[in-house]
Design a binder for this molecule. Sequence first.
Ligand code: PEP
Ligand code: MN
Length: 338
Amino acid sequence: MIVVMHRDATQEDIRRVEEYLTGMGFKTHPIYGQVKTVIGAVGDKSCLNKDLLSNLTGVEAIVSIMKPYKLVSREFKSEDTTVAVDDVVIGGRDLVIMAGPCAVENRHQLLEVAQRVKEAGAKILRGGAYKPRTSPYDFQGLELEGLKLLEEAKQATGLKVVTEVMDTRDVELISRYADILQIGARNMQNFRLLKEVGQGDKPVILKRGLAATIEEWLMAAEYIVSEGNGDVILCERGIRTYETAARNTMDINTIPIVKQYTHLPIIADPSHGTGNWKLVGPVSQGLIAAGADGLLIEVHPDPACALCDGAQSLQPHKFQQLMDELVPIARAVDRGLK
Ligand code: PEP
Ligand code: MN
C-alpha cells in the first residue's frame, strides 16, 4: 500500500502517519519527493482502519499495490533507481560494463585481465572467489586468497569489484573486500542469504534463477529491499529452455518487461546467457539495444586454460573490440559508453 501525502503535509504529519502504520504492524518506507512524500507500507492490511488512516492530517490518498512485490514495483516508485558505487552509477544514462574472469585463479591472471578490461573501458572488475560449481570435484575458488587478489587488482587499477557470495556465513568477510555483492542464479531463492545481504550496506547484483519467472525474481529482490537495502541491480543471465544450441536462452524480453515492472536497474550477462564466446558480441549488442543498463562479461587472458567457463570467455583483445562495437549501439539508444 502507498500512502500519498499532501504537498503541504508537514514532517510532523508524516511522522504521525508512520507511527500509526508501525503501530499496526506495518514496515514503512518513506520516499521524500521534490513535491510530495509517499510512504510505502508493507504489512497485513486486514486489521487496518482505512477511514482512520485517510483522516489523519496530511493524507491525500491510499493506493493499494496489486502486485505481490511492493517496494520494487514501479507503482511504488515511478522514477528509475540508480545504484552508485562512488562515481560509478548503474541505471543512469551511462552504461556500466563489468568484466573479468569467471574465477580468480592466480595473481598474474587477475592483474592482467583487470588492466586490460580497464583499458577497454570497463568500470567494474568481476571475478569469483567462491564458485558455485555443478561438480564438487571442479575448482571451487580461491576463497579468501581470491578476495585479497581482487583487492590488489582494485588498488592497481582503480576498478570497482564485484564478487559472488554463496553463503550467509561469508557475507561479512566478502563485504570487506567487494564493492558489490553478487547473488548467483543458483541462490536467487536462498531467502536467508537475501535477507542477510538486505541487512548490509553493499549494493547487490541479483541474478535471475535458471528457471525463475520474472515475478519470482522480483520477489527475491523484494526480500533484499524490504530488509532495508535498496541498492539492488537485477541481472538477466539466460534461462533454461528446451533449446540446446546454447548453454542458456538469453531472454532479451526481460529487459523491457523488467523496466516496466520495476524501478530497479537491470544489467545482463551474455557470457552465461550464451555459454559461447562467439555469441557474446552479437547478443551484447541486442541487450544494449533493448535497454540494459550494463553488461557483465567474462574475460580471460587464456580461455583455453581457464579453470572455469573458458568456452564463454573473451580474450582481452576481443573484449576491446566488443567495447568499440558497442559504442554506436549505445549512441543509437541515447546511452553513454566510456
Ligand atoms: C558467475 O557469474 O560466475 C556465475 C556463476 O553466474 P550464474 O550465477 O549466472 O550462473
Ligand atoms: Mn562463469
